[in-house]
Write a protein that binds this ligand. Structure first.
Ligand code: AMP
Length: 285
């Protein structure tokens, strides 16, 4: 779609509030850290189809990266992203500088109880507080009617849904399915870090989840067995180092021991070469 008009970019809280006030509702928000891929685009298209106005945000949030993580080298290409935002029909792009979100003296954080004790939270101390804080700020600044989030980041989706309920924020969270490459690899901005061989071995993540899904469909309900199917696949790849495999209830609040009785989320994180990847599937009896 060459020749889409340039997207309107605003960089300050005051400017986005003023522009948002002029937009006809319902207003959809798609928060991103940029380096857009088809996963992001699927959220944008869905929101475009369901809302009269579409706002996107582009902010690489330092607070959700731990020391030693990839904040400094996270892929950034605002020009390309702006073109894609324009092509998907974004009405307003909020792309603030860091000091706009974290002005001097910023001292307030949002912590969702329990999030730091679940596997992804344990693996990345402070990560979900960083996520919850920035999402709360974005929801307060943009005041969308709906916020579109990907199931790819399952615990993030659970944390945001929880905080919206607990704080009675006037927004509907819309969960969007994970977009994958045809061979199964879940799309991620971090996939660009993978060498060809690492990418090949990274397929064990989705293959392991699919194998467990098939076993579940075939009647396997034992949580340890389902976790073992996933870890077996990933561990067979020399460049893949498993961080965790988790099988939790549908809201990802507790690990399931014994038999799976209701809806469950099977998730994992693994380092493939130097790149940390996550993936998950939802199991529905
Ligand atoms: P990020 O830019 O990584 O913060 O992601 C922005 C949004 O896109 C989040 O709600 C993610 O869950 C979602 N997202 C990222 N990758 C995918 C994917 N492969 N499929 C669907 N949604 C995704």
């Amino acid at each position: 779609m060459a020749g889409a008009p340039a997207v309107r970019v605003v960089r300050t809280v005051a400017a986005v509030r003023a522009a948002r006030a002029e937009l006809p509702g319902p207003v959809g928000l798609v928060p991103t850290m940029g380096a857009l891929h088809e996963g992001h685009l699927s959220l944008l298209r869905r929101a475009r189809g369901e809302c009269r106005s579409l706002v996107a945000s582009l902010f690489v949030n330092p607070a959700q990266f731990g020391p030693g993580e990839d904040f400094a080298r996270y892929p950034r290409d605002e020009e390309r992203d702006a073109r894609l935002f324009a092509e998907t029909g974004v009405d307003l792009l909020f792309a603030p500088g860091i000091e706009e979100i974290y002005p001097p003296g910023h001292a307030t954080t949002v912590t969702v109880g329990g999030a730091e004790e679940r596997p992804e939270g344990l693996a990345r101390p402070g990560h979900f507080t960083g996520v919850a804080t920035v999402v709360t700020a974005l929801l307060s600044i943009v005041a969308p009617d709906r916020a579109y989030l990907g199931e790819k980041d399952a615990q993030q989706l659970a944390v945001v849904s929880r905080l919206v309920r607990d704080l009675a924020l006037p927004v509907e969270v819309v969960a969007c399915p994970t977009v994958r490459d045809p061979d199964g690899l879940a799309l991620s901005s971090r996939n660009v870090y993978l060498s060809q061989e690492e990418r090949r071995q990274a397929l064990s993540l989705s293959a392991g989840l699919r194998a467990a899904e098939a076993a579940f469909a075939g009647g396997v309900r034992d949580a340890s067995e389902l976790r073992r199917i996933v870890s077996g696949r990933v561990s067979s790849q020399p460049l893949a180092v498993l961080d965790y495999v988790s099988l939790a209830d549908g809201e990802m609040r507790e690990e399931i021991e014994g038999e799976v009785r209701g809806e469950a989320v099977l998730s994992l994180a693994a380092r493939v070469g130097g790149t940390r990847l996550i993936d998950n599937v939802r199991l529905r009896p």
